[in-house]
Design a binder for this molecule. Sequence first.
Ligand code: FE
Ligand code: FE
Ligand code: ZN
Length: 277
Amino acid sequence: MSDLYLGCHISIANGFEAAAKDAVSIGANSFQFFTRNPRGGSAKALDENDLKAYEEIAQEHNFGPLLAHAPYTMNLASAKERVREFALEVLLDDYERIKRIKNARYLFHPGSHVGQGVEQGIEYIVTALNKLLKDDQGPWIMLEGMSGKGTEIGYAFDELRQIIQGVNHSKRLGVCLDTCHMHSAGYDIVNDLPGVLKEFDEKIGLDKVRGVHINDNMNQFNSRKDRHAKIGEGSIGTEAIVKFMQTPEFKGLPFNLETPNELDGFAAEIKLLRSLV
Ligand code: FE
Ligand code: FE
Ligand code: ZN
């Protein structure tokens, strides 16, 4: 299979071997999984034999990196100390686990400041990341760029930059771009992709992009809403998504679909994108 690493969100409820087999069955050579259930309960213990079986499949089918998505309820920027402490526990525990999964990268939603202000929220996120990252080793960890709904932090490139600049060991700290979120956040990847990429490069650096979520947008440009559409059924459209994926600086990244699909729908989108990109 090609070095276009393309996959989708797949459940690891039955383990990594089963997820990898699901991926292969739909033409994927990457996948994304939740590190634990979205409500943030304790994570299932990793099984060494299961991980080995995944590694063999990944090797045989030329898998690229996997994306490990933190529970979206994890809020490092909460005004409530208890919530922040719990989020930090999840972050620390998840990151240790991700180290054991070959070629996995960790990503999380920066958080929502829920009224106390962006600056305070960013300070909390930076504080947590400085407790997590004590050196420049370890798997990549990514801030996901958000749509900017509610009081979400990290939809604007400036906010992502501020977080990264605040972290002492930011060498392995990157960004996961989500096409739907960018478009909703007011980055016009349909009509001005070069301009958007240039701005990102100047503010953060395109080499910081370490993973991509491929989604069409059910809402309009700059809507600050977050609902993903199937490829070609939203306000971004197939052509703009393909152009985005063809960005030379994104070569070799894991691209994962988070479109509203079951496995057969994902298979069709993967096939379409492989034929076009
Ligand atoms: Fe996400
Ligand atoms: Fe996403
Ligand atoms: Zn989303």
